[in-house]
Design a protein around this ligand. Sequence first.
Ligand SMILES: [Mg+2]
Length: 169
Amino acid sequence: MTRAFFLDRDGVINADKAYVHKISDFEFVDGIFDACRAAQSRGFIIIVATNQSGIARGYYSEEDFAKLTAHMLGEFEKRGVRIADVFHCPLLDGPDRKPNPGMFLKARDRHRIDMARSVSLGDRERDIEAASRAGVVRNYLLSESAGKTAAYAVVKSPKEMEALGAFDF
Ligand SMILES: [Mg+2]
């Protein structure tokens, strides 16, 4: 079965500047390509699951999101990283909006993912909660404050994940 490395987008792939929807505002987080390449080299597919309530709020459109996603995928590809799929929730609530696990469950079913052998990286507790509720056990929180709980380990940069053995199990 497939193993996945689940990524949140804003605050994990790109700097969170609140409702980012323009290519000119999309600034990659330092170390994100390293973490993805490390995961990929160990056979993980990479999946993005992102709340995008800015669409429901009318800040930007599905088309804006699609354009930015195409840009993001191209930049990953240039650096040798293939993103297998991108799930987004445009709504203000519902089963797909994190902390609900809907997007993770859809990914699981579409890609036949072994959730117990998968890994997630988020920058909010709700990312961890969504992944956990979908059965992901190895969850990482990108945060400046050090620490570790039963639910997740904290990293200050995605780059730390490989050294921590995040993909070696
Ligand atoms: Mg985020």
